[in-house]
Design a protein around this ligand. Sequence first.
Ligand code: ZN
Length: 557
Amino acid sequence: MPAIEFNRYYRHDDLTKLVKGFAKEFPKLVTVEAIGKSHEGRKILLVAVTNSRTGAAKDKPAFWCDGNIHASEVSASAAVLYILNKLITSYGQDATITRALDTRAFYLVPRVNPDGAEWALADVPKIIRSGTRPYPYEEDDFYGLERLDVDGDGRILSMRIKDPNGPWKVSEEEPRLMDRRDPAESGGEYYRLLPEGIYHNYDGLTVRSQRTKEGLDFNRNFPSGWRLESDQHGAGPFPTSELEIHALVDAISKRPNICGAVTFHTFSGVHLRPPSTRPDDDIPAEDLWNYQKIGEKGKEMTGYPAISNYHEFRYHPKEVITGVFDDWMYEHRGVFAWTTEIWSPQRQAGITDYKYIDWFRDHPFEHDKMLLKWSDEKLGGKGHIDWYEYDHPQFGMIQLGGWDPQYAFRNPPPDYLEAEIAPFADWVIWQALISPKLEIFKIEAKKIGGSTIIRFAVDNTGWLPSYVTKVGKDKKLCRGVVGEIEVPKGVKVESGLLRQEGPQLEGRSEVSSGGFGWQFNGTDHRHVFEWTLKGSGTVKLSAYHDRAGRITEEVRV
Ligand SMILES: [Zn+2]
């Protein structure tokens, strides 16, 4: 199997080979299956990682990671591959990872959107938001600017075009950078900036953007809060209308043991959490507290702040986005899910105190200079390209240059990739280890007269409760713990149902700090199943919970 590298981005065929190579080399730890096909027929692969000797993935609490739902966000695939590689190569070496794979499972989908990623990674790339299926219309727009690599150098930069009424000028302070024209200024040399591309049916006077034929946004196509195209662009004709999203929703719904998730995106250098549509006050306080605790750990382990979609990451202060993965996971599946936006060019350049979305609307020119310095010194000048002449087929002699959005902003430049994505693995493993976990506490078999009383005590040994979130409990998204007994011929069950549904089991997440005198740690993380048996033989006891896993034990009576 070829060694996996984290200073490059993989095309889908190579990624598929790598993943299948892992399964072949580590059959006891890795299984791969296709959960569906993309619009163009590429397989969407789900990799299950666990120590199969201690139980199958479906019988253990599991953690979900996916990446690259958005076409150009290719470092998200790398982040998931990194986690896969780390789990496998550290098993048996690192005590925490060994315990994680012995007691938990990981479901990893490195590339949700292979079609869009193939376009982004092509030698002459084309950047779209999500998949390649035309939406909402089949036909091309005859008019407007189509964003593409017009000079075929593998980059999609900016075009600067002279216009006496343009909003930009060459900065006096730093002539390589463009600066906004002052509000009252006139009489200078001004420019318009446009993304690199070709113009269809140019009338010589007006410029507009071409309607993107590939107008879907997969991360608006999830069932929770889904809205029509008229309300939200790219959401698709109905929830899970897109093959890729249907594959995810179906795969997750068939795996009730998933207790948490991270979906990797780019960029901003932040962990985002639900709810996206309402304030934190509107969700159960217990869920908010746990979300905050998991987020604090994320910040500690990865350096990325953890924030609310609704309060701190809105594209417009009066608008919300809906039908997204993390909301669906929290609202409909009842688990803690995160959207990790990989990479912050600002932080790399030393700009530490900035607001993610607002910064793009307005920030000091000083920050642009810091970014330029970073590009020069750290990226070998590859982040910002000095303007060069180009004879454009529609606009004539113009200049190309400026920031390279794909590998300075949207994704880490390959040399920076590994350092950026490495810390996520630790946080993901930590999150897997806080999930509820069913374990046997004690089995008692007591002879009384001619009968045997079996008491089968099971614990949730995880930090989170068995239902994971209050939403999960209130919406009855999982059953209580179930206990079963199987008896051989010669043993009769005198009392106790063969299958019993017990309560939800609490975890330790609600234990308050400070062991003051009123701390009362009862056994609400434990349930005792009881049967009275007659006769002798080997009986099989099992207990299972949708999320916390399955355990079995045999007892001679
Ligand atoms: Zn994204």
